[in-house]
Design a protein around this ligand. Structure first.
Ligand code: FES
Ligand code: FES
Length: 153
């Protein structure tokens, strides 16, 4: 079985696994980073979203062989103490209900703001088009993204 070298949340990790193993499996089962959630496993719910070289990607659809030598950030690595503007805005707007989809939502929101400091409603809707929240938190997610961008108090 080949060994792959990954940088996850700033830490170099060596992983022995088959090349086509989904990154989601590696994060949760091998590295114990269970903040990233398994929802559909088919690329439609977004609960498994992480950052790969700063881009939001679905880790259930990302193969181990494609992320070697790349930089991965999971929800555990977004900040050390919950101080990321998106995390603070999420709390301020009381976004989460059951919470299951939220790590993926937060990672997409953080990537959106990184690439677009003041997103429009259309930008936000577009960014979250690949996410499903069964609790219907979409209006609060939009408010939280705007708060984090400085557009809402
Ligand atoms: S678990 Fe990856 S998109 Fe649903
Ligand atoms: S908060 Fe429950 S699925 Fe989104």
């Amino acid at each position: 079985m080949p060994t792959y070298q990954l940088t996850v949340n700033g830490r170099l990790r060596h992983v022995d696994a088959e090349p086509d193993t989904p990154l989601l499996w590696i994060l949760r089962d091998t590295l114990g980073l269970t903040g990233t959630k398994f929802g559909c496993g088919q690329g439609v719910c977004g609960s498994c979203t992480i950052h790969l070289d700063g881009q939001a990607v679905k880790s259930c659809q990302t193969r181990l062989k494609d992320v070697a030598e790349h930089t991965i950030i999971t929800v555990e690595g977004l900040s050390k103490d919950g101080s990321h503007p998106i995390q603070k805005a999420w709390l301020a707007e009381d976004v989460a209900q059951c919470g299951y989809c939220q790590p993926g939502m937060i990672m997409t929101a953080a990537a959106l703001l990184k690439h677009k400091a003041h997103p429009t409603d259309g930008d936000i809707d577009g960014a979250f088009a690949g996410h499903i929240c069964r609790c219907g938190t979409y209006p609060r997610i939009r408010k939280a993204v705007k708060r984090a961008a400085g557009g809402a108090k």
